[in-house]
Design a protein around this ligand. Structure first.
Ligand SMILES: Nc1ncnc2c1ncn2[C@@H]1O[C@H](COP(=O)(O)OP(=O)(O)O)[C@@H](O)[C@H]1O
Ligand SMILES: [Mg+2]
Length: 508
C-alpha cells in the first residue's frame, strides 16, 4: 500500500497545432513527496499539469488515482478528486476579502458556506501550515506572496491532497520563497503531495524529493534528489554540458561612464515610479539592480535611454549632461539598450532580420553617391556576418523577425545593440524566457563587453543572474535604492529584506 503512488499519469500525449507539447509522458506521484517538474521554457510542464487539473484534455494516455483510473473533465472535477493547482497567474478578485475569495471559489463546487465560518477556518488552517494570512484583508492590499498563500489555502480548504504549484517562486522574494518552502515541507509531512514546477536548479535541489526532467515534450528521466546535482540536471534539461558558472573577468573599473542624479520618473499611471534616485557606473563595471518586478526598474531604464521624460534629475554620460527624451543623442554617444520586451519594443516583427539589425544606424549604410539609396547589398553582407557571429539560427537574412524563437530574437537584439561597441549597455531582464543555451551566450557576451571596458546597468529579477554577472549589487524598492551589497550569495537574506522595503545602506 505504501508503495502505491497516489497519482499516476501514463503515456500522456497532447498536441497543439504545429507542436507536440507532451509526447508519451509518464509520471507518478507518491504520497508525502515533493516531486519537481523541471524543464526549460516550452518543455511542456504547464501543459502536462493543465491536463492533470482538467484544463486540457489529453489526446492519449490515462490517469490513475490510488490505482483506479479516473477521467478529469474540468478544474472543479479535479478538485473533487483532491487535485488542486496554483497557476502562474492568480485567479483572486482584488476587491474582495481573502475569505470572500475562498467562498467564491467554493460556490461553483456546490457548497454553501458562511463567510464568517470560512474566516475562522482559514485563520486556523493558515496557522497550522505556517501560511499566515488575514482572512478579513482585501486582496488588493496584499503582496504577491500573500496572494499566493491564499491560493494554496483555498486548495487546502477544499480538501486537496495533491497540490500543483506552477513556477510559484518566480514572483517571490527570497524570504517569501523560504515561507513557501516551509509550508511545502509541512504539507508533505501531513501526507499531502506536491508537484513543484520550476526551471531553477537550486530550488529544485533544495526542496524536492524526486525530480522529473522534461525536454522538448518528453521525459528525460525521473531521479531521486540525492542522485543528481546542478551539472547532471543541466545536462538532462539541455542535452549537453553548459558552463553557467564561469569566472567573471577581472577588470579594474575605469572612469565614470554613467551618472544618474536625483532622477524622478513617473510611470504610465502618472505615479512616481522612480524617486530621487542616484547611481553611477564606471567603465568595465557591471552594476546589478535587484528587485521584485514593478519597482521602477523599467521606468529607470527607459528614462536613462531617453524613452521616458523624467520629472526631475540628470543623466550624465561621460561628463556630458544628456537632453531628456533624446534617444538619437544616446545612440550617437554609444548607449545600447536591451529592453525586456523584445517582441514589442526591441524589434519590429514584420521587418526582416537585416532591417532589424540596421534600424538604428542605417545612416552609415547610405551609398555615398546618393543620400537616399541604402546600400542594401552591404547591409545583407553585414547582417550575414552578425548572424554567424551571434549564431542566430534563421533560414536567411530576409526572414521576418517574428519567425525567430525567443533566444534567437534576443541574439538579434544583442547583435544590433552590441556590434557597435557601446560604452554603456542598459540590459533589462536580458535572459528572461531564454533557454539555458541562449542564457549562457548572453552571459558570455555581456562579460566580454565588460572586459572591453563597457559600463553595464543590469536590471534582473533573478538573483542568480545578478550574482553571476555584477561587480556591485543595488536593491531597488518602490523606485528607491535601499542599499548596496557585494555580488555574493551570502547576502541573499540582506537583499531579500531590502527587496521588501527595508533600508540597509552599504554592506561590504
Ligand atoms: N494553448 C496552446 N496552444 C498552442 N500551443 C501551446 C499552447 N499551450 C502551450 N503550447 C505550446 O506547447 C509547448 C509546451 O508549452 P508549455 O507546456 O507551456 O511549456 P512549459 O510550461 O514547460 O514552459 C510550447 O511549444 C508551447 O508553445
Ligand atoms: Mg509553464
Amino acid at each position: 500500500m505504501a508503495d502505491l503512488p497516489i497519482l499516476e499519469m501514463r503515456n500522456i500525449t497532447k498536441a497543439f497545432p504545429g507542436v507536440i507539447a507532451n509526447e508519451n509522458i509518464s509520471l507518478d506521484l507518491k504520497k508525502g513527496e515533493v516531486h519537481a517538474l523541471l524543464g526549460e521554457n516550452g518543455a511542456g510542464k504547464t501543459t502536462l499539469m493543465n491536463i492533470l487539473f482538467g484544463i486540457y484534455k489529453a489526446d492519449e494516455g490515462e490517469i490513475f488515482m490510488e490505482g483506479k483510473q479516473i477521467s478529469i473533465s474540468s478544474p472543479h472535477n479535479a478538485l473533487k478528486y483532491g487535485i488542486g493547482m496554483v497557476q502562474q497567474h492568480f485567479t483572486v478578485v482584488p476587491s474582495f476579502t481573502v475569505a470572500e475569495n475562498i467562498v467564491l471559489g467554493l460556490k461553483g463546487m456546490g457548497f454553501f458556506i458562511k463567510t464568517k465560518t470560512v474566516e475562522s477556518s482559514i485563520e486556523k488552517l493558515g496557522k497550522s501550515y505556517d501560511l499566515p494570512v488575514n482572512p478579513r484583508a482585501r486582496v488588493w492590499t496584499l503582496s504577491v506572496g500573500e496572494k499566493q498563500r491564499i491560493e494554496i489555502l483555498k486548495l487546502l480548504y477544499t480538501g486537496a491532497k495533491v497540490i500543483i504549484l506552477d513556477e510559484p517562486t518566480a514572483v517571490l522574494t527570497p524570504q517569501e520563497t523560504e515561507i513557501l518552502f516551509k509550508a511545502m515541507r509541512k504539507l508533505v509531512n501531513e501526507g499531502s503531495s506536491v508537484i513543484f514546477i520550476s526551471h531553477k536548479l537550486d530550488e529544485v535541489l533544495e526542496i524536492s524529493d524526486r525530480v522529473t526532467v522534461l525536454r522538448g515534450g518528453k521525459v528525460v528521466g525521473t531521479e531521486v534528489r540525492d542522485s543528481v546535482d546542478r551539472r547532471s540536471l543541466v545536462r538532462m534539461m539541455v542535452g549537453r554540458d553548459v558552463l553557467l558558472d564561469f569566472d567573471k573577468p577581472k577588470t579594474e573599473p575605469g572612469k565614470t561612464v554613467l551618472q544618474v542624479e536625483n532622477l524622478t520618473v513617473k510611470n504610465d499611471k502618472n505615479l512616481e515610479a522612480v524617486k530621487n534616485l542616484s547611481l553611477s557606473i564606471k567603465s568595465g563595471e557591471i552594476l546589478g539592480i535587484a528587485g521584485v518586478a514593478g519597482n521602477g526598474q523599467r521606468e529607470l531604464a527607459e528614462a536613462i535611454y531617453g524613452l521616458r521624460k523624467p520629472v526631475q534629475g540628470k543623466v550624465v554620460l561621460n561628463d556630458k549632461i544628456l537632453r531628456h527624451t533624446d534617444v538619437a543623442q544616446r545612440i550617437k554617444g554609444g548607449v545600447a539598450f536591451i529592453p525586456q520586451d523584445r517582441r514589442a519594443v526591441a524589434t519590429c516583427p514584420s521587418l526582416s532580420i537585416t532591417e532589424n539589425v540596421f534600424m538604428k544606424n542605417s545612416y552609415s549604410m547610405y551609398l555615398p553617391q546618393s543620400p537616399f539609396n541604402l546600400n542594401t547589398r552591404a547591409m545583407q553582407r553585414a547582417a550575414k556576418e552578425l548572424i554567424s557571429d551571434y549564431s542566430i539560427s534563421t533560414p536567411s537574412t530576409k526572414t521576418q523577425a517574428r519567425f525567430l524563437s525567443g533566444g534567437n530574437l534576443q541574439k538579434l537584439v544583442l547583435a544590433r545593440e552590441l556590434s557597435t561597441k557601446p560604452c554603456l549597455i542598459i540590459a533589462e531582464h536580458p535572459t528572461r524566457g531564454l533557454d539555458i543555451g541562449a542564457m549562457e551566450f548572453v552571459y558570455k557576451t555581456l562579460l566580454a563587453h565588460k572586459e572591453r571596458g563597457a559600463a553595464i546597468l543590469l536590471l534582473a529579477g533573478e538573483l542568480y543572474e545578478i550574482f553571476r554577472l555584477s561587480d556591485r549589487v543595488a536593491v531597488i524598492y518602490e523606485g528607491e535604492i535601499m542599499g548596496y551589497t557585494p555580488p555574493d550569495p551570502s547576502f541573499t537574506e540582506e537583499i531579500g529584506f531590502m527587496m521588501a522595503g527595508s533600508k540597509r545602506g552599504e554592506i561590504s
